[in-house]
Design a protein around this ligand. Structure first.
Ligand SMILES: [Zn+2]
Length: 406
């Protein structure tokens, strides 16, 4: 078998395309495969699909292909221009690359696969290309796949924000709670993010009026955004975020009290914040000591109010509101300022706290997606632009269909 036959088979070329030459240069460590077509071959119009059109002239093009062992491989071909009766003079499509691209489809598929587990910067070094060119590949396929995505059956949506860098440059995520997958990622964390999500949903066959349940933290921007743009949807406040409010109050009580009673509360912070079943035996011992034997600790009182609040979610639906009212009375009469503040926060978000008993939704899924994204960001050490980070988010968590060769 001649080497060009081998390359012909490996590339899976279909007529009229065939490998006409293969040159390996040991000095540049580069393999060049030339692809050609026999004289008199005919081609299809790339616009209308009309077949049987002969080449009018050709333009030489090259594409980076998958490495041949450790050597960079390139395909080169004379790409015909045809003169279509209806569409005019056009360059034909080649089966191994998309129009205008400098890479073969297989090379692009490899970049997409690597980008799921490697920083783009590292891939760029690995394949010896500038990362800007690789980002262009990722943007293209993610945009194309998102254009085709269908959101007509979306009913339950979770919202959360993730920071691009610590503390600023927020990206808001909208997630299908049923699949689960990221539907939409957009810069910012104000109510306009909800408006943009509504538009994006409609752009993908989704019906904003068909959205039944939405879930978020208690941030005013999400609340006002849902009221304005999804008036039919019920809003449930995410359990994890509600507990965070209560936990922060407990922590604040501990912080204040520790000034007066440093010996007893030294290094107890996590004992009060973690769930009891996740404590180490030594921590459980300390907790028992502090809660049973030192009943006069404010922190211990705050802790019991938190435990009592957690029990809310175990109540049967018909008792839930009565239970929450009792808790609210207790918390507001606790003489613990941070706990009272937390209780007022719960009061202001009353319906959305109780809505969980009807909807059963929470953003646990989003926490999982968020951790995937945080890990990706850590690997990438900054994606430079919001466009880049949203592209990676869709790539990792969008469950998109890229339609590339595998
Ligand atoms: Zn045509």
């Amino acid at each position: 078998m001649r080497d060009i036959d081998l390359f012909q088979m490996a590339l899976g070329l279909t007529p009229p395309w065939q490998v006409s030459d293969a040159q390996f240069d040991p000095n540049t460590k580069r393999l060049d495969i030339r692809i050609d077509f026999p004289r008199g071959s005919t081609f299809a119009c790339p616009k209308c699909g009309q077949t049987g059109i002969k080449a009018y002239d050709t333009q030489e093009k090259s594409w980076r292909h998958l490495n041949f062992f450790q050597h960079e491989a390139y395909l080169t071909a004379r790409v015909p221009r045809i003169d279509c009766n209806d569409c005019g003079t056009l360059l034909v499509n080649v089966p191994w690359a998309r129009p205008g691209g400098g890479f073969t489809l297989l090379f692009e598929a490899m970049i997409l696969t690597l980008a799921k587990s490697m920083p783009v910067k590292s891939i760029a070094e690995f394949v010896n290309e500038h990362d800007t060119r690789l980002w262009r590949i990722l943007h293209h396929y993610v945009d194309e796949a998102r254009d085709k995505a269908d959101y007509s059956d979306i009913r339950n949506v979770g919202m959360d924000e993730t920071s691009r860098k610590r503390g600023h440059n927020y990206v808001s995520l909208f997630v299908d709670l049923d699949t689960p997958k990221v539907l939409f990622a957009t810069e910012g964390k104000d109510a306009s993010t909800v408006e943009r999500f509504k538009q994006d949903l409609a752009d993908h066959n989704g019906n904003p009026e068909a959205i039944e349940e939405m879930c978020s933290d208690m941030s005013p921007s999400f609340i006002s955004g849902v009221e304005k743009y999804f008036p039919n949807a019920h809003l449930t406040f995410d359990k994890f975020h509600i507990m965070k409010v209560i936990n922060e109050a407990v922590d604040e009580v501990r912080r204040q009290e520790q000034k007066d009673r440093p010996e007893e509360l030294f290094r107890t912070r996590y004992i009060w914040l973690k769930n009891a079943e996740n404590l180490k035996p030594s921590q459980t011992e300390t907790l028992d000591e502090l809660t049973v034997k030192k009943l006069n600790l404010k922190t211990s009182r705050a802790y019991h109010i938190k435990l009592n609040f957690q029990e809310l979610f175990k109540q049967p639906v018909e008792h839930a509101e009565t239970y929450l009212k009792k808790w609210y009375f207790w918390a507001t009469h606790s003489r613990l300022e941070p706990i009272k503040e937390a209780a007022y926060t719960i009061k202001r978000h009353w319906d959305g706290v109780l809505q969980w008993f009807n909807s059963g939704v929470n953003n646990g899924i989003l926490e999982g997606i968020n951790s995937v994204i945080q890990a990706a960001k850590a690997r990438a050490r900054g994606y430079r632009t919001t466009r880049n980070i949203t592209t990676i988010i869709y790539l990792l968590a969008g469950k998109l269909n890229f339609g590339l060769p595998t």
